[in-house]
Design a protein. Structure first.
Length: 162
């Protein structure tokens, strides 16, 4: 089974691909979708959509995990993250892949066992579970790998329900 995790953001959206066989996790790839600030919002969202669509089409994941929107102190940033999530969900729905959503706290609990764990603790666990030589970088991609790992442990929302 293959899971694709997304950590949405307008400037940088992280992604991570993980395969699970039995009780073992296997690293496939990770990276970021970056959008130039010089472009208008519509173009930036189109870049995220197209790159996500292409990733899904190429890797054919069985499930997709996306970070759930949480309260943002910066409302403008929260709106941009929500818009990025929207195009990610659209790319997912267009290819009819089941979706699961996690809050950052849920990911921390699932991977570290503590909802207020530090980012480095989550990254260390991702490194250990995927048997990587070093912590994955950048942070957005490491977070997306954590999302992908969590995807194996929850009932998905099917595309028709989005």
């Amino acid at each position: 089974m293959i899971a694709l995790g997304f950590d949405p953001g307008l400037a940088t959206t992280g992604y991570g691909l993980v395969r699970k066989e039995g009780s073992r996790y296997f690293y496939i790839s990770h990276g970021t979708i970056r959008t130039p600030a010089i472009n208008d919002i519509a173009k930036r969202l189109a870049i995220i959509y197209q790159n996500a669509f292409d990733l899904i089409k190429e890797h054919k994941p069985d499930i997709i995990a996306i970070e759930r929107l949480y309260f943002e102190k910066n409302v403008t940033n929260g709106i941009y993250v929500a818009q990025a999530r929207g195009v990610l969900l659209l790319a997912t729905a267009h290819q009819q892949i089941p979706v699961v959503e996690f809050s950052p706290t849920e990911v921390k609990i699932a991977l570290v066992g503590y909802g207020r764990a530090e980012k480095i603790q989550v990254q260390n666990m991702v490194q250990r579970l995927l048997l990587l030589d070093e912590i994955p970088r950048p942070d957005d991609a490491a977070d997306a790998l954590a999302m992908a790992i969590c995807a194996f442990h929850i009932k998905p929302i099917h595309p028709g329900n989005i």
